[in-house]
Write a protein of this length. Sequence first.
Length: 358
Amino acid sequence: MIYIHVPFCKSFCTYCDFYSEIPGAGMFESYTDQVCAEIRRRAAEMDDELKTLYFGGGTPSVLPLSHLTRILLTLEECGHGGPYTEFTLEANPEDIVEKGLHYAESLRQLGVNRLSMGVQSFDDTLLRWMNRRHSAEGAREAFRLVRRAGFENVSIDLIFGLSNLSDKVWEDTIDQALALGPEHVSCYQLTVEGDNILAMQLENGEYEEASEELCRHQYDVLCRKMAAAGFHHYEISNFARPGFEAIHNGGYWARRPYVGLGPSAHSFSGRGRSWNSAVLEGYVQTGESLSVEDEKVETLMLALRTAKGIDGEFLMACCREEDVHRLVGEGALCQVGRHYRIPEDHFFVSDEIIRELV
Ligand code: SF4
């Protein structure tokens, strides 16, 4: 599993806390040189068990095709080239529309077989408030374009948990996303973190955080609509048509090793985690090993986010049996074969449930 972080955005979204830069002269060249050097340096760490490649960001669709090609050729030269079981690229709808059909077709030719489109909302007022570059129509146009280019696995990202998101707009956003017929939908609850624009607005009293009750309501609406449309709610924030569950992200939740390349990318070796510093020039890798206790907690936390849940024997070995039985009695855990999982109607409070267990 290989993750490549592309730390460029043409503008910054109100709520964003990821590391990213507005591209300037020579930046793509320098970034690509460093990622290619890192691939050569770390090729021995890459394992091809799942054989997935994921370009995340930032905004990978900002990176020119010539640079993307150079990175792919370097992977090939180091013995980790395609075809990949799953090759995902995160794309901004505006880039797809601006660069056009030829760009989308070229991505396909380069082996990308899954696109993850950051749509976030189908309401233009909210999109402007988020400082997104695209409009609702832009997102629809981008979706049509990638379909014309032959993409058969497209994921749409949405955001909920906003105090200025009305029921009507939220329902309409989900309906419009579903009307496009994506194979996958990821939906994240907005959190105010770091020192982004939203955090400033919150401090100035220009924005009020959504109440827990409102977030829960928006999440319930989402779960209901996605189930009615036949989607499998396979992880707290992810819904897929059967057979289109994300393989790469599934690897994260199963704690498979992965190599993260590029500024601010994280890696997991199976025994320890490491991360690259969040600077464009001369980023360096630091890391830490995990204690046996850390590993148990991580395994539990990640597995209980999924519909598959956690192996019953493992759960009983790391938690107090009476806590497990009490949570089962309260309906906060249920047993499915050899596994225990958090039922969908308790996904929203999974953090509290996991805290009670560990
Ligand atoms: S496009 Fe993504 S990474 Fe860039 S500012 Fe917006 S949310 Fe952050």
